[in-house]
Write a protein that binds this ligand. Sequence first.
Ligand code: OOG
Ligand code: MG
Length: 255
Amino acid sequence: MDKLDKMAAAVDIAAKEAQAISQLSIGTSFSIEDAYEIQKRAIKRRIDRGENLIGLKMGFTSEAKMIQMGVHDMIWGRLTDSMLIENGGELSLGNFIHPRAEPEVCFRISKDIEGEIPLKDLDEYVDGIAAAIEIIDSRFENFKFSLEDVVADNCSSSALVIGKWQKPSRDIGDLKMTQSFNNEMVAEGSSADILGDPWKSLQAATRLAEQYGEPIKEGHVIMAGAATAAVFLKPDSDVQADVERLGSVRIQVIN
Ligand code: OOG
Ligand code: MG
């Protein structure tokens, strides 16, 4: 086991056991390239346990998120089938460390993507767009991390819920997005906060997927990133995200 394998095992075990660990970057330094390699190896451990890759997530595509977390670069992570919760399904807090929810827009990919796709051609590759919630749960104590730490930790991704797929539209660049807990609004933003237009986040995903050699395949889902700051989940609550025209999506949080 080399140093990167050890760090991959640490974030993987922390996620599996829902037990926070110290930041990897404390006491050692590693590059952003190393961080993506750690992420890749940590996800490989999940794949080796039988999980399947279902797509990618983009992170820090909005100002609100970058300010909340004090990190200033776009990042991406991998999604597996074990992270998926059905719309309206339950999330058990015991399986997480300190989970937060954030409202997102999700794309469904209709054919394999090779290389970076120009913005204007992207709709040839998408057959559905939906409102979604991402549950992020940093494996690091106090939800504190450096850019390298969070990348190594699969960009805090831990679960996702996708609403009903809608027919793709290019015109999703200014949709109202809200998140509520027990029908009380806890966050509000616009899809314009996601790089000006969520399609631009998908475009960035195709560029990064090419750069890091992680193919985006037919059937994959791409989470465009949150439009608002993320909010800590509370026990016994109904968490809902609403995206104008795309509809709503919800989960039930239990102990
Ligand atoms: C990192 C994940 C960021 C987003 O949508 O911007 C992210 C974090 O905030 O812990 O998923
Ligand atoms: Mg997110």
